[in-house]
Design a protein around this ligand. Structure first.
Ligand SMILES: *Cc1c(COP(=O)(O)O)cnc(C)c1O
Length: 513
């Protein structure tokens, strides 16, 4: 129960609950204790993961009675340390090299300590005031780095998945708006020809294309995978052929998605050639730069994104290669009027007259209504560190990937798939004399053994149906030595597995003979 003074239950025994002027001091003191806990934890973590199994963690959480509050911060933090922090996965650790999770920069975290308590909501100007202009200015800054031109616009999103959904929704509705006998998808739903709509992206593009197609009422069937070249880049010759095939089969390609940094390989599709084909066929070009977006800050590698400026829309994930805390992402378009497809004017929130009067309500271009002020994280980062510092951090992991590739390629028992175009490395442990099926089991075993022992957290993927291991390098503090050490442990667990196989086969053979 909340008392009039903002405390919970009996005021004498319970901690102040509401953040307000009376409790600003309590906020500071208690936040300090939380920060101190994190400081202690991060200062003492020796492994990226404890190795806890799901059932162990499920039991820890299940034992907690949510209807029996502890009433105070101290015991709640002790409990939290035990049920969460002791077994958290620590992305800052140099041997966490699994997914596209970056270690985060201090200004981004500090911004969280401001944006959470102030709690601005970025859907309307009247809930965010200057926050709206901060977000808009970062959108303009990003659009200008991409080179989208004066008419560009965009909005912060929860992540690349939401940005890709927006891109494909707008591409779909852009097509709907071009039909003479249709009043637009927003009012009338899908047009009669919706089953013929197609979205083309490389065979290694992100799965959010399929998810989006399903959400948009087009189904997975609408996504046409385009074959890649030997470097896992969309092959423009194949794209051209597929576009011609669409015409011949009376299908309607509504969007081509080029990936600037594929999730597994970091490969960057040939943006300029793809843009030329899109122009020629009058098709929406979306560039998914969720991973590669960080190159916008790199003086040395910015040229790898050449052609991105020709996109109709772009996805950027600041929470990947701009070293920001989750969530922090954006969706951008070349022509601001294209964002009208997501606009709805609600009388209580963002009436049309308000837009006509020039009030900048971000909800007019967003799928979300109530929306976090995630932009503040990037803002404080740019104001303190600047873009060059971010770009140099990304460059360091790109260079590290190159060095690690050279090292691994020399090792006779490893197969490395690709000289890394960005900062991931896909490989498998391949000692001689094993079948592909055995290698699959071996590599799966190695990955879980590393995680179970907490020595390293690495990722896995399938290529051509076979199991591979993956290092995703986003930590500028990871050294080649760390990777060499992980490789040694891979060999160690791999040999263990091979030995166990040989031993387990002995009784089988004995029984047969
Ligand atoms: C990570 C990723 C996404 C999805 O982004 P989220 O922020 O995880 O939603 C989309 N596309 C690519 C290429 C990605 O690597």
């Amino acid at each position: 129960m909340i008392q009039p003074d903002g405390t919970c239950g009996r005021p004498t025994r319970h901690a102040p609950a509401l953040f307000n002027a009376r409790h600003a001091e309590a906020y500071w003191q208690q936040a300090t204790r939380c920060v101190d806990l994190v400081r202690r934890k991060v200062g003492s973590v020796e492994r990226p993961f404890s190795g806890a199994r799901p059932e162990e963690l499920r039991a820890l959480i299940a034992a907690i009675d949510l209807d029996a509050p502890l009433g105070e911060l101290r015991p709640a933090l002790e409990e939290l340390e035990r049920v969460y922090l002791d077994d958290a996965v620590y992305f800052h650790h140099p041997r966490y090299v699994a997914h596209l999770n970056c270690p985060i920069v201090l200004p981004g975290i500090l911004a969280e300590t401001i944006l959470s308590p102030i709690n601005s909501s970025l859907d309307t100007f009247d809930q965010s005031a200057g926050g709206t202009y901060i977000e808009q200015s970062l959108i303009d800054w990003t659009a200008s780095r991409i080179g989208l031109g004066q008419d560009a616009d965009g909005v912060f999103t929860s992540g690349g998945t939401q940005s890709n959904l927006m891109a494909l929704m707008i591409a779909r509705d852009h097509h709907g708006a071009s039909l003479d006998d249709h009043g637009g998808n927003k009012h009338e739903g899908l047009p009669a020809d919706y089953r013929r709509l197609r979205i083309l992206g490389s065979e290694v593009s992100h799965f959010s294309l399929q998810k989006s197609a399903a959400i948009l009422g087009l189904g997975y069937q609408a996504v046409m995978p385009v074959a890649c070249d030997a470097h896992y880049r969309l092959d423009p010759a194949v794209l051209k052929a597929r576009l011609e095939e669409c015409v011949a089969m009376d299908l309607i390609p509504i969007a081509v998605v080029a990936t600037a940094g594929t999730t597994d390989f970091g490969s960057i599709d040939p943006l300029e050639e793809i843009a030329a084909l899109c122009q020629q066929h009058g098709i929406w070009l979306h560039v998914d730069a969720a991973f590669g977006g960080g190159l916008l800050c790199s003086r040395r590698y910015r040229h790898r994104l050449a052609g991105i400026e020709q996109a109709d829309s772009v996805t950027i994930d600041y929470h990947k290669t701009f070293f920001q805390p989750v969530s922090c992402s954006a969706f951008l378009v070349r022509r601001r009027s294209d964002l009208r497809h997501v606009t709805y004017h609600a009388d209580y929130l963002n009436p049309l007259c308000q837009a006509e009067a020039g009030t900048p309500d971000q909800v007019n271009k967003s799928l979300q209504t109530t929306k976090r002020f995630d932009a503040l994280k990037l803002w404080l980062t740019l104001r303190i560190m600047g873009a060059d510092a971010l770009g140099e951090m990304f460059e360091r992991v790109i260079d590290l990937a190159g060095e690690a590739h050279a090292e691994l390629a020399r090792h006779p028992d490893f197969e490395v798939l690709l000289d890394p175009p960005m900062s991931t490395l896909v490989f498998r442990y391949r000692p001689a004399g094993l079948t592909d099926a055995a290698l699959d089991d071996l590599n799966a075993h190695v990955r879980s053994a590393l995680s179970r022992h907490g020595e390293a957290v690495i990722a896995a993927t399938r290529v051509g149906g076979r199991r591979y291991l993956k290092f995703t390098l986003l930590n500028p503090d990871t050294r080649l030595d760390d990777l060499t050490a992980i490789v040694e442990r891979i060999v160690h667990h791999g040999r263990d597995w091979c030995e166990a196989q040989t031993q387990s086969q002995v009784p089988t053979r004995a029984a047969v003979s």
